[in-house]
Write a protein that binds this ligand. Sequence first.
Ligand SMILES: Nc1ncnc2c1ncn2[C@@H]1O[C@H](COP(=O)(O)OP(=O)(O)O)[C@@H](O)[C@H]1O
Ligand SMILES: O=P(O)(O)OC[C@H]1O[C@H](OP(=O)(O)OP(=O)(O)O)[C@H](O)[C@@H]1O
Length: 190
Amino acid sequence: MSGKLIYLMGPSGSGKDSLLQAAAAPLAGRGGHVVRRVITRSAEARGEDAEAVTPEAFERLERNGAFAMSWRANGLCYGIPRQIDDWLARGHVVLVNGSRGHLEQARRRYPGLLAVLLQVAPEVLRQRLVARGRETPAQIEARLARNAAFAEGLAPPLRVLDNSSSLETCVRGLLALVDEAAVSAAATPG
Ligand SMILES: Nc1ncnc2c1ncn2[C@@H]1O[C@H](COP(=O)(O)OP(=O)(O)O)[C@@H](O)[C@H]1O
Ligand SMILES: O=P(O)(O)OC[C@H]1O[C@H](OP(=O)(O)OP(=O)(O)O)[C@H](O)[C@@H]1O
């Protein structure tokens, strides 16, 4: 039986990392996984619990086939470990913090993936990025500008989750999607 890949995307600051962290325990209780990414971001950077590597180490891992998916954005390299393929082969639900820019490639590799777009009211986005304090003002502007490239919208099918209000509400919405996806994975042979 194959599992279900849930590919979460959204603007920087929309709350992808917070949502995945908050959903990790209830997801584990359902036998699912939140993926720990490999990123060329410094280990001291606050926020996401990722494996921090140098650009050289990232390139080496990528060349050696360590990643199921990898992409570049925001001046960083991001990798999703190959381990997800084992989980999926065992029929598990797997959640990844994905990239809008990488969605079509991800769909080619995982045709059954569930694309979830996290959105937040535009006026809240800048406030959240500033409050997070991980990026410089120039990096925040660059991230907001990057969103304009996706203003046309992403190709369906896509589920949308709103994180403009409380994180708890959003976690409930995500877990409802996970439960739905798990049922559909169980019903799909192969
Ligand atoms: N529902 C929410 N309400 C208030 N603050 C939130 C909410 N969700 C996330 N945040 C805060 O917004 C900032 C950006 O969230 P983060 O999870 O880092 O976003 P992303 O991973 O999408 O860039 C963080 O400081 C986080 O604590
Ligand atoms: O193509 P995009 O949808 O713009 O995404 C580009 C990258 O930005 C986000 O990562 P990261 O965690 O570094 O950024 P964030 O925490 O600021 O969202 C996202 O998870 C992607 O890896």
